[in-house]
Design a protein around this ligand. Structure first.
Ligand SMILES: Nc1ncnc2c1ncn2[C@@H]1O[C@H](COP(=O)(O)OP(=O)(O)OP(=O)(O)O)[C@@H](O)[C@H]1O
Length: 635
């Protein structure tokens, strides 16, 4: 993954408990609490009621021992019986409320995780954001980990904080009043001062933890990614006997992760020392508060008995108030975790927002067609108008008015790969029109696939103009990438993956079954037998169980099923025999598709009318081909 290449760059950015954190946290809160009537808000309200009731009951339970002293001292048997009954009821209510409190916190965690992850997914899978984040934007490491793990941990930590935080304003206000009532201003002022100092000290101690936690999460993602790489490429690695080298590399990642974890543990030690010192000092603070008036002679007129009663009473309220504050300070370790995860998720949200604004400056998603005028051209010459087909999975492409029998009009187009200075192709002009089969050839790395990336708007053009005049999808244009794309699920989902969820009822009809079976069986009769049927769920990874040739055949089955007008085939038959290639090309033409093929094989020439050769050094040439042997057959 690109993230770790930029490790040094990332290290320079430090994440703290600063204004940025507050902004990002508020942004996340807005997602978690979209409205006052949202599930999270209702749960939060219920939690508030439960924790407040719990506090009242706790107070009642707290005063029970003193009442027991009374009835026992008075040998009041009936009073004792009713007190035992009351204690039982209170304890049952208390434990029920405590469990309810935990239960609501857990429900809130699930609800928050759902809301946050779904909101991240909504941005991630919108348009081509997932591609840009993973391939082109290096400032965000491990987006997958941020969405799957960091979001989960943030919600977990926030839910553990919730019940303690939610009730603290009420308990603090209540005990501040009592403290003021019994000690005068000296009590609350000293305790508030103590809390401010404690908070300040903890903020300083938390600072380095937040950025270290951020870094730790990044390395955690890198480590997991390494294992995923091995899992995905297990066979290739085994052919290379790569166990030893991968063992070393994976261990290296583990060491880097463990090192940062160690440093996090060390930094946390100082925070724990701070928190514990604050806790224990708090215990003495009440005596210090009462000592001041005693030593300054304010209580000189009191008898020793009156004085000890006053000390005990003051100590009680002060300890309660201090306890309220120390509970807040104890949350600093959780807060530093929350801050780390908030920065990671906040940063991802900002980058995804940025990409969306860059790629779709107009409100998304537009539901109407609005053909562009000159004002709508962006800096690369694209029109910023959106025309969407009914099928939303095909809806993230800009389609413009143009001649009906063309797919793309390319004018003076120059493009280069990201981060490179040299152009791959300069001032390319061509029109991809119906019935004219185009072959794109050229040496490795001359920019053949990049042309498709630019046409598809995965990459921005350096200059020039690209107009897409036919929509993407069935009866439009379809791209078969060099590396076959397979998703998880049934065979039906592989062949008809894009429209399955949209028009399920159409797919389930017999005609479609027949088409899929036909498309699949013509080339892969064994595949249907292996899967046990079109809708049989398989638990295998399609990339592991299909040979490259089978994957390419499956891609063609999808093509025949979707039947686009224009098919862009990027080395789509490179793993097949020439006979199989001929058969597939023949079927494509019989189905009336216009083919735009990229490849190295000379055997491809005969299926095309025009050849675009990318010569390297930004040069290109277009020539007419004699071939077109299958054209006649098709017509
Ligand atoms: N994501 C990327 N980031 C940066 N550079 C890239 C990226 N993808 C490709 N490139 C570079 O762009 C150049 C053109 O790549 P492209 O895939 O278009 O080559 P190609 O002509 O299709 O080659 P082949 O015949 O091997 O498929 C190459 O130098 C490649 O390294």
């Amino acid at each position: 993954m690109h993230g770790y290449h930029y490790c040094d760059l990332k290290k320079k950015i430090t994440f703290k408990l600063d204004w940025k954190f507050v902004e990002r946290f508020c942004g996340i809160l807005k997602v978690l609490f979209p409205s006052c009537t949202s599930q999270s808000a209702l749960l939060f309200g219920t939690l508030l009621v439960v924790t407040l009731t719990e506090q009242l009951i706790i107070y009642q339970v707290g005063v029970l021992p003193s009442r027991f002293y009374n009835v026992l001292a008075d040998q009041d048997y009936s009073g004792f019986r009713s007190l035992v009954a009351k204690a039982m009821v209170l304890i049952i209510i208390n434990s029920t409320l405590k469990s309810l409190d935990q239960f609501i916190c857990n429900l809130m965690y699930v609800s928050w995780r759902k809301t946050l992850t779904e909101s991240l997914h909504a941005a991630y899978f919108q348009g081509r954001v997932y591609y840009t984040v993973n391939v082109l934007r290096e400032e965000v490491d491990n987006p997958d980990q941020r969405i799957s793990q960091d979001a989960e941990r943030l919600c977990k930590q926030m839910s553990t904080m919730a019940s303690r935080l939610i009730v603290s304003p009420f308990t603090l206000a209540y005990y501040t009043y009592h403290c003021f009532y019994s000690t005068g201003w000296i009590g609350p002022v000293s305790i508030f001062g103590y809390f401010v100092i404690g908070t300040f000290a903890n903020k300083i101690l938390m600072g380095p933890i937040v950025s270290t936690l951020f870094e730790q999460e990044k390395l955690e993602g890198d480590f997991r990614f390494k294992h995923m790489q091995i899992r995905v490429n297990a066979e290739s690695a085994a052919f290379y006997r790569a166990g030893k080298v991968e063992h070393m590399r994976t261990n290296r990642r583990l060491q880097a992760l463990l090192q940062i974890q160690k440093s996090l543990v060390k930094k946390e030690l100082w925070l724990y020392i701070g928190v514990n010192t604050f806790d224990y000092l708090g215990g003495f603070l009440s005596y210090i508060i009462i000592a001041i008036p005693i030593f300054t002679g304010v209580y000189d007129r009191l008898t020793p008995g009156e004085l000890s009663a006053l000390i005990s009473k003051n100590a009680f309220v002060c300890i309660y108030l201090i306890n309220g504050f120390t509970q807040l300070i104890d949350l600093s370790t959780t807060l530093s975790d929350v801050a780390g995860y908030t920065h990671r998720i906040g940063e991802l949200r900002e980058v995804m927002d940025d990409i969306l604004h860059e790629q779709y400056p107009e409100p998304w998603p537009a539901q109407h067609s609005d053909f562009g005028n000159d004002d709508q051209k962006n800096r690369n010459g694209y029109f910023k108008c959106f025309v969407f087909s009914l099928n939303s999975s095909f809806s993230d492409f800009n389609v413009h008015a143009g001649p009906v029998d063309t797919a793309f009009i390319v004018d003076q187009l120059s493009y280069k790969s990201p981060y490179a200075d040299e152009l791959l192709v300069e001032d390319l002009s061509l029109t991809i029109s119906q019935g004219v089969h185009l072959l794109v050839v050229g040496n490795t790395g001359t920019g053949k696939t990049s042309l498709l990336r630019v046409l598809n708007r995965l990459w921005e053009a350096h200059s020039g103009f690209v107009q897409m005049t036919t929509c993407f999808g069935p009866r439009g244009t379809l791209f078969l990438p060099q590396k076959p794309y397979l998703t998880d699920g049934t065979l039906r989902e592989q062949v008809a993956f894009q429209i399955k969820t949209i028009i399920l009822q159409v797919l389930t009809c017999a005609v479609d079954d027949e088409r899929i079976v036909h498309d699949t069986c013509v080339f892969q009769s064994s595949l249907l037998r292996r899967t046990g049927g079109l809708d049989e769920e398989v638990d295998w990874n399609w990339y592991d169980v299909l040979s490259p040739g089978e994957m390419q055949r499956l891609s063609f089955a999808r093509l025949f099923y979707l039947q686009p007008k224009y098919a862009f085939l990027d080395e789509a038959t490179s793993a097949l025999t020439e006979e199989a290639e001929a058969q597939l090309y023949r079927t494509c033409k019989q189905l009336g598709m216009t083919l735009i093929s990229l490849g190295h094989r000379s055997s491809l020439e005969k299926y095309h009318d025009v050849q675009l050769r990318l010569c390297g050094g930004a040069c290109w040439e277009i020539t007419k081909l004699r071939g077109g042997s299958l054209k006649d057959e098709a017509s």
